[in-house]
Design a protein around this ligand. Structure first.
Ligand SMILES: C[S@@+](CC[C@H](N)C(=O)[O-])C[C@H]1O[C@@H](n2cnc3c(N)ncnc32)[C@H](O)[C@@H]1O
Length: 396
């Protein structure tokens, strides 16, 4: 059943919010003040979800998406506005989240990125020899030949998908600063990858199938901000190198003394800051091995520990700065308590989820002031938002 509604505002993922018979409805790909005809796709106790069937009165911000899969693949959320407007929307979202969850008024600096071809890692589904994404709400398979936000080297590989001869499964493609590729595939089917032809057309560093290395190496090297990082196929690395370079510029200022890099991954942020001594903690074994190697490559004597971030309490040394870059879930209570007990002069909190960041800031703000807050467009055109807050301990 279709209904005509007016979109009032946007939620934290950029979905339009309207109202049908007193019940809130979330409608992706709409803008404030637009009149739209919507089809209800889900009915929950407290809210509805819908899909636009027609834009009756478009917003002046609306532009035509340049992506043929927009609205279908579920990957991007802001292709219907230009990049400047996406950035204003994201700034307002973060400001509102900080007000709501941390009771803090912030005035963030926005750092922009190139619009397309920035992403160095994508994950695709394989169905009946086609590669594509699942639609976010229906889980329908959407075949793609090109992903506008992925690097050109990744799109070039997608065009040669027939050289993989894989019927069903999933594939992760990573591309480094030099357009070299690391490929990881999971499949239950027989496969017959034409490695020789792939090598002729692409800079293939390694292929891993069902966790077995079948060609080359299971890692490559990234180069950013004058540093070199070994990155295992299973280790996290930031997806937008230009923005990572901007993060380095933000966190590099001044000597941070003795630093702990919590959730350090392959050591990226801790290696880039100016410091006397560095400890890193990370839970993925391959990543901590990379971090140890990366300290050596970059001529640093850092100390890395495998385990949960709450183990920070085991560091028996003076700590002046703590860098925090957790997964989307933010800090668990034990880690947050331990950080506040250590009470360093400086905290650098980087986050890809402004809601858990603001939730944690509600506790942290009792003892710390926000010195600077940056929103970085690490993931242009998508709903995702990266934020970095520089925090100084309050005077007692
Ligand atoms: C957003 S990434 C940041 C990595 C790194 N700081 C960087 O910039 O590349 C979060 C990292 O936290 C790690 N991680 C997740 N849960 C953890 C935990 N409980 N304790 C320590 N590390 C954890 C993940 O493996 C991942 O490497």
């Amino acid at each position: 059943m279709k209904k005509n509604i007016i979109i009032k505002t946007l939620d934290h993922e950029g979905k339009g919010i309207g109202n049908i018979d007193g019940k809130i409805i979330f409608v992706p790909n709409t803008l404030p003040n637009e009149e739209v005809s919507v089809e209800i796709t889900k009915e929950k106790t407290n809210y509805l979800e819908g899909e636009v069937s027609e834009i009756l009165k478009p917003s002046s911000l609306r532009v035509k998406s340049v992506c043929p899969y927009y609205n279908k693949c579920g990957g991007c959320s802001y292709m219907h506005v230009n990049l400047n407007d996406e950035e204003s929307i994201k700034t307002n979202i973060v400001k509102n989240i900080f007000k709501k969850y941390a009771n803090l008024e912030i005035n963030p600096t926005f750092i922009s990125s190139k619009e397309y071809n920035y992403r160095n890692k994508i994950e695709l589904k394989i169905e009946n020899n086609n590669w594509g994404y699942y639609n976010a709400s229906s889980h329908d398979f959407i075949k793609i030949d090109n992903c506008l936000i992925a690097k050109d080297s990744i799109n070039k590989l997608i065009k040669n998908k027939d050289l993989f001869n894989i019927k069903n499964g999933e594939i992760i493609i990573r591309s480094n600063y030099n357009d070299e590729l690391l490929i990881k595939i999971n499949t239950e089917d027989n496969y017959n990858i034409d490695i020789d032809r792939l090598k002729n057309n692409h800079k293939i560093i390694g292929i891993i199938v069902n966790n077995k290395l079948i060609y080359g190496e299971d890692y490559f090297y990234e180069r950013v901000g004058g540093y070199i990082f070994k990155v295992n196929i299973n280790s996290f690395f930031q997806v937008n190198l230009d923005i990572l370079n901007e993060v380095f510029n933000i966190i590099k200022k001044g000597n941070l003394g003795n630093v702990v890099d919590l959730y350090c991954g392959v050591g990226t942020l801790g290696i880039a800051v100016n410091k006397d001594k560095l400890y890193g903690i990370e839970i993925i074994p391959e990543a901590i091995k990379d971090a140890i190697k990366n300290a050596k490559i970059n001529n640093q004597n850092n100390i890395y520990m495998l385990g949960d971030s709450s183990n920070i309490k085991e560091i028996n040394d003076e700590i002046n700065t703590i860098i925090i870059d957790p997964p989307r879930s933010g800090l668990n209570k034990q880690t947050l308590d331990n950080i506040l007990k250590i009470n360093p002069e400086i905290i650098i909190y980087m986050s890809c989820n402004p809601i858990t960041l603001a939730r944690d800031m509600f506790e942290i703000k009792q003892k710390y002031d926000i010195h600077n807050c940056y929103i970085l467009n690490m993931f242009p055109r998508t709903k995702h938002i990266e934020t970095v807050c520089l925090l100084n301990r309050k005077n007692p």
